[in-house]
Design a protein around this ligand. Structure first.
Ligand SMILES: NC(=O)C1=CN([C@@H]2O[C@H](COP(=O)(O)OP(=O)(O)OC[C@H]3O[C@@H](n4cnc5c(N)ncnc54)[C@H](OP(=O)(O)O)[C@@H]3O)[C@@H](O)[C@H]2O)C=CC1
Ligand SMILES: CC(=O)N[C@@H](CCC(=O)OP(=O)(O)O)C(=O)O
Length: 334
């Protein structure tokens, strides 16, 4: 059994992690933590998230110092804001824990990127260097060796799973950058109340045009330029990405299907559609990324759908845990 701590357990991603890890046969949840000043400290997780009543009635503990858990936990999940993960991860890593960070704090190995897109100066270049990007289907070997796994962002997971097979197979015409239009449910913004994610304010709108922090994350890991425009929709969860690309001359529909098949035929958490394209209802509440496409001449439209809190966050983190420790990849997920 591996002892684990979930930091940020009361949040939207944290409660999903707690649910998966609670039913994982090789994991023991040692503690659930929130901030030292949290108004929820001392409450049961199941008081805040009643779907866990009688299932997981552990209290939320205020996290005063990471060192309190040294020697007591083997694995730490950080489901915390980027700055919080940035501050906490090194202490857990120095104590020998394997850390799965759901934030953006260790995803891109470029210190300037953090100043520009996250508004803080990165202080842990050595850990940034060692961190492995946890895009599970593509990083199996590196994840197995890693002590710090930076779980990808929600939009970057859907976008990269859709585009990477096409890029690897050299099917895309570089003269036209892939155009990613993706819509997320409001849970993508976390559980804290804010005017811009309150019920009456949200309709359907693009945001972060040309400057969302997931754009450089996608480009850094795909290795090709893209146009990325996120949208906020008036539903709770799910991301649907519609991606328009230009194929190289003479690339057929069959070539596209073969590239996806080669990439994912043995990957249980990516589901390919032989015809049609996915809708959110196929993936909400589930740990899959579903991918479908259509071709007209040299034009290709790929659609990828996932639950932002699951394949876009918590289930991918647990998938990475399973890979890291040699458990079946879908253990506790399906
Ligand atoms: N929501 C999503 O779709 C996705 C989220 N992510 C990333 O996952 C992380 C968590 O996101 P999400 O669950 O949405 O966020 P939430 O705002 O819902 O939850 C944040 C959690 O962190 C806790 N917390 C805040 N400050 C501290 C602190 N100093 N020490 C310990 N715990 C703290 C909060 O509790 P309290 O404030 O009471 O202390 C809460 O439990 C973020 O980095 C986010 O970017 C990644 C992919 C998708
Ligand atoms: C709808 C919404 O607000 N989504 C968030 C992205 C989700 C998230 O938490 O960001 P990471 O994946 O980088 O951790 C946003 O656009 O900032």
């Amino acid at each position: 059994m591996l002892n684990t701590l979930i930091v940020g357990a009361s949040g939207y991603a944290g409660v999903e992690l707690a649910t998966y890890l609670n039913r994982h046969p090789h994991m023991n949840i040692t503690a659930l933590a929130v901030s030292a000043q949290s108004p929820d400290a001392g409450k049961l997780l199941s008081d805040l998230h009643p779907q866990l009543k009688g299932v997981l009635d552990l209290p939320l503990q205020p996290l005063r110092a990471a060192q309190e858990y040294a020697g007591k936990v083997d694995v730490v999940f950080l489901a915390t804001a980027h700055e919080v993960s940035h501050a906490l991860a090194p202490a857990f890593l120095d104590a020998g824990c394997v850390v799965f960070d759901l934030s953006g704090a260790f995803r891109v190995n470029d210190a300037d990127f953090y100043q520009q897109y996250y508004g803080f100066s990165h202080q842990h270049a050595a850990w940034l260097d060692k961190a492995v990007y946890g895009l599970a289907e593509w990083q199996h070997g590196a994840i197995k060796e890693a002590q710090l796994i930076a779980v990808p962002g929600c939009y970057p997971t859907a976008s990269q799973l859709a585009l990477k097979p096409l890029i690897e197979a050299n099917l895309l015409n570089p003269a036209q950058w892939p155009v990613i239009n993706a819509t997320s449910g409001v849970s993508g913004a976390g559980r804290k109340a804010a005017l811009n994610n309150s019920f009456c304010e949200v309709s359907l709108q693009p945001y972060g045009i040309f400057n969302h922090r997931h754009h450089p994350e996608i480009v850094a890991h795909l290795g090709v330029p893209v146009i990325f425009t996120p949208h906020l929709g008036n539903f709770a969860r799910g991301i649907l990405a519609t991606i328009t690309c230009r194929l190289n001359h003479d690339v057929s529909r069959e070539d596209v299907a073969e590239a996806f098949h080669n990439a994912y035929h043995d990957k249980p958490l990516v589901r390919l559609y032989e015809t049609g394209v996915p809708a959110l209802k196929a993936v909400v509440g589930l740990p899959y990324c579903d991918i479908g496409f259509d071709v007209q001449g040299e034009h290709l439209i790929v659609v990828a759908a996932e639950d932002n809190l699951l394949k876009g966050a918590a289930s991918q983190a647990v998938q990475c845990l399973n890979i890291r420790f040699g458990f079946p990849e879908t253990q506790s997920l399906i």
